[in-house]
Design a protein around this ligand. Structure first.
Ligand SMILES: NC(=O)c1ccc[n+]([C@@H]2O[C@H](COP(=O)([O-])OP(=O)(O)OC[C@H]3O[C@@H](n4cnc5c(N)ncnc54)[C@H](OP(=O)(O)O)[C@@H]3O)[C@@H](O)[C@H]2O)c1
Length: 270
């Protein structure tokens, strides 16, 4: 889509929840290249400040930063107040918590935090910004999910379940909101070279988890797919693995295969 048309449909502002590093930072850059102003939300203020200055200078767009924790209920009122005077034409929900380990080894507080950040957050922000987009009869919503959301995934069982929530929610909303000229997309990413992923120091997973993708490639492909489909998997190798897992083998076999990969990656660490 040409830059002016893109700005008209998805601008003038985008809010990226979890927009200071990794895939969220990549979305910030790709949207800024398209002339969209940004509201970047994350906890660490110094990272947000550094990125906002750099993006304003490089791409000539306006950037607002909000340092807040998406696990806290109060954050959502702060986001609403700080965006009352601008039109959010695109919402990207990227932040997530990824507890790695056996479900029963975590306490309930940790499980509820994962639900708050990974599921409650997108629901609240879609409710707010989606209603405003509906009044304007235009907009875009992207939920960053994961290939783990396609089936039960041992050692990240709860995380995978929250990511399934994002895929299914986006797909349903893709249908409901297209009548209002609002495009919704779930981006089911595979391993991606981000600070968070690299910090987990995964051991060699075997063929099922290809080499981590460049976050910019993930964001570029997602923006290209927005308005064209309800959900997608970035990267050719990830697409092939998804085809194998979802179409060629049974669900039970898929869970076992994914289980042995995650065991290879994290089994020795827990
Ligand atoms: N990287 C992968 O291999 C991979 C694979 C599949 C799916 N994904 C998905 O991609 C998304 C991004 O992952 P990533 O690897 O890019 O993560 P990341 O490098 O840690 O970046 C996450 C972003 O969200 C912010 N954030 C995290 N928790 C937050 C909270 N409680 N409140 C506010 N902001 C918060 C982080 O900043 P602060 O820490 O400063 O808050 C950062 O800006 C996630 O939804 C993840 O499930 C990633």
């Amino acid at each position: 889509m040409k830059k002016e048309k893109f700005k008209q449909k998805y601008g003038p502002w985008a809010l990226i929840a979890g927009g200071s590093q990794g895939i969220g930072e990549a979305f910030a850059r790709v949207l800024a290249m398209k002339g969209i102003n940004l509201v970047l939300v994350a906890r660490r203020k110094p990272l947000l400040e550094e990125l906002s200055v750099e993006i304003e200078k490089t791409y000539g767009v306006e950037v607002r930063i909000i340092s807040a924790d998406l696990a806290e209920s109060s954050t959502f009122n702060i986001l609403k107040e700080h965006t009352i005077d601008i039109e959010i034409g695109t919402l990207v929900y990227n932040a997530a918590i990824v507890p790695i380990g056996l479900f029963l080894d975590f306490n309930m507080e940790e499980h509820l935090k994962a639900i708050n950040i990974n599921c409650r957050g997108p629901a609240i922000l879609i409710d707010h910004f989606g209603k405003l987009m509906k009044k304007r009869e235009k907009g875009g919503i992207i939920l960053i999910s994961s290939m783990t959301g396609f089936q039960g995934t041992p050692l990240t069982a709860h995380y995978a379940a929250t990511k399934a929530y994002n895929i299914v929610l986006a797909e349903g909303l893709w249908y409901e909101l297209r009548a209002h000229n609002i495009d919704v997309l779930a981006c089911a990413a595979g391993a991606t070279n981000t600070p968070n992923y690299m910090a987990t120091e995964p051991d060699d997973p075997g063929f099922l988890v290809p080499k981590p993708m460049d976050p910019m490639k993930v964001a570029q492909e997602a923006i290209a797919k927005l308005g064209k489909r309800p959900s997608f998997v970035p990267g050719i190798t990830n697409k092939l693995v998804t085809f194998l897992i979802r179409r060629l083998i049974s669900r039970k076999q898929a869970i076992k295969l994914i289980g042995s990969s995650t065991d290879n990656m994290y089994g020795k660490k827990i």
